[in-house]
Design a protein around this ligand. Structure first.
Ligand code: HEC
Length: 142
């Protein structure tokens, strides 16, 4: 009986560590600076193109594709992201993302989050940024 209990505890522990290796924490600690109020309220995703945004996220963003840090499905678990502190935002974590507006995302993508791995993406035009914001909000946030 005792042996079974030990095995059970071990199994749960293994499952837990395996699943936590797949995605970042949720809720995720977040100290990111807020966009100026006017920008935070902006939302131009209505006329944006999510498919074009997906290309930026998965392939073309410079210096590297967003997925390298934020992960294929937005879990904040990309190959390069694992070593970063603070960790890349986990877009799949609704509890953390519920207060992050489209305008806030736009602002950080454009200007970066100082002192973190999230650099400013100066090579993206504003329209490109709205496209990638739309892709993240429609396909990766849930
Ligand atoms: C080198 C790794 C890396 C890459 C590449 C990267 N990010 Fe990030 N990103 C981060 C980190 C780390 C944070 C967390 C910053 C913080 O805690 O303030 C972050 C945060 C964010 C946030 C959260 C803003 C908020 O207010 O919470 C958004 C949105 C975002 N990134 C979008 C993108 C997009 C879009 C791309 C590609 C164009 C991208 N990131 C590329 C590492 C990266």
């Amino acid at each position: 009986m005792k042996k079974l209990l030990v095995l059970g505890v071990l199994a749960v522990f293994t499952l837990f560590t395996a699943s936590s290796a797949l995605a970042s924490k949720c809720p995720q600690p977040r100290k990111t600076k807020s966009a100026p109020a006017g920008t935070a309220k902006m939302d131009k995703t209505g006329s944006a193109d999510a498919a074009a945004g997906k290309k930026i996220y998965t392939k073309t963003a410079k210096p590297m594709a967003c997925k390298m840090c934020h992960g294929d499905s937005g879990g904040g678990d990309g190959k390069l992201g694992k070593a970063l502190k603070p960790a890349p935002r986990n877009f799949a974590c609704a509890e953390t993302m519920k207060d992050v507006s489209a305008g806030q995302m736009f602002w950080i993508i454009k200007n970066g989050s100082k002192g973190t791995g999230m650099v400013a993406h100066k090579s993206l035009k504003d329209a490109d940024i709205w496209n990638v914001v739309k892709y993240i909000r429609e396909e990766l946030m849930h």
